[in-house]
Each structure stands twice: as C-alpha cells, then as structure tokens.
Ligand binder design. Structure first.
Ligand SMILES: [Fe+2]
Ligand SMILES: [Fe+2]
Length: 161
C-alpha cells in the first residue's frame, strides 16, 4: 500500500529534520573551534561565514516545512483545517527545491575549503560531521523532491490555497 502524505512527512521530520537539528549546532561548534585555532586562515573564516548563512537557511526551510507545507498537505489529504499562511505555496515549493540544491552545493564548498587547512584532529572531526549531514541530506532531498513535492502539488490541485 502506498504511504500517505502524512506518513511520509512524519518520517522525514523524525529521521532527517531531527538529524539536522542535532548536527547543525555541532558543526557550528566544530567550525568555530577550528577557526579560533587558525585565526590567520582567511579561507576558514570564509567557510565559517558561508556555514552561518547555510545553517540559518536550512533552519528557516525546516520551519516552513513543519509549520506550513507539511500541515497543509496533511489537511488537504485528510480534510482537516488548513493552517493560515501568507506564503504562496506553489512559489515556495519551487524555491525550496532550489534551496535543496543550494544547501548541498554550499556544504560541498565548505567541506572543500576546510580540506585546504592543515590536517588536525579537529579538522577531521569537522569534515566527518559535514559528511554525515551531506549523506543524510541526499536521502532527505530525494524523498522531498520525488515524493513530497509531487504529492503536495497533486493535493493542491485546483484549490486556491
Ligand atoms: Fe525537509
Ligand atoms: Fe526540504
């Protein structure tokens, strides 16, 4: 039997959003620690700044999914009350797919930049943490792009939400 929209998104939140909420602050600690130990490294401070922006982009993205997109899809599927929002959902969905690519690319760039710094235990820990997020993000994004978003568009149908 095909999973419901509700089942798919609840699984995404439990598996992938929770991983990000655990790992993103850890990466901040690791990257800040490494930057403090190499204050002369311009590329590291650049990576630190990019990471700060990516983290806040991801956190807003998760919040929009959990408070608007997912509950709206569930309400459309079950006939429940649709949460009120000023967001243009179709436009936000397109933007979200761009953010999926943007975040993956930014993490790859950060990891590449960090790799240019002298090898240390701290650097390896940071690279491993970024890798964990990149690997999980790949699965997370694939599920959203191929299952959640098309199902959501279908549920939206001709409604004027
Ligand atoms: Fe998500
Ligand atoms: Fe997403």
């Amino acid at each position: 039997m095909q999973s419901s929209f509700k089942q798919i998104v609840e699984e995404i939140v439990a598996m992938h959003h929770s991983l990000l909420r655990k790992e993103l602050p850890r990466i901040t600690e690791l990257i800040d620690g490494l930057a403090d130990s190499c204050p002369e490294s311009e590329s590291l401070s650049e990576a630190q700044q990019i990471y700060r922006k990516v983290r806040s982009k991801i956190e807003t993205h998760l919040k929009d999914e959990e408070t608007v997109l997912f509950p709206t899809g569930i309400a459309l599927e079950t006939g429940g009350e649709i949460p009120h929002s000023e967001i243009d959902l179709r436009a936000r969905l397109e933007e979200m797919e761009k953010e999926h690519d943007g975040c993956s690319n930014a993490l790859a760039l950060i990891s590449q930049t960090v790799s240019t710094v002298a090898k240390s235990e701290q650097r390896e820990k940071l690279l491993d943490a970024i890798q964990v997020v990149q690997d999980d993000l790949r699965i997370h994004v694939e599920k959203e792009n191929t299952q959640v978003h098309p199902r959501f568009i279908e549920l939206l149908g001709s409604t004027r939400v």
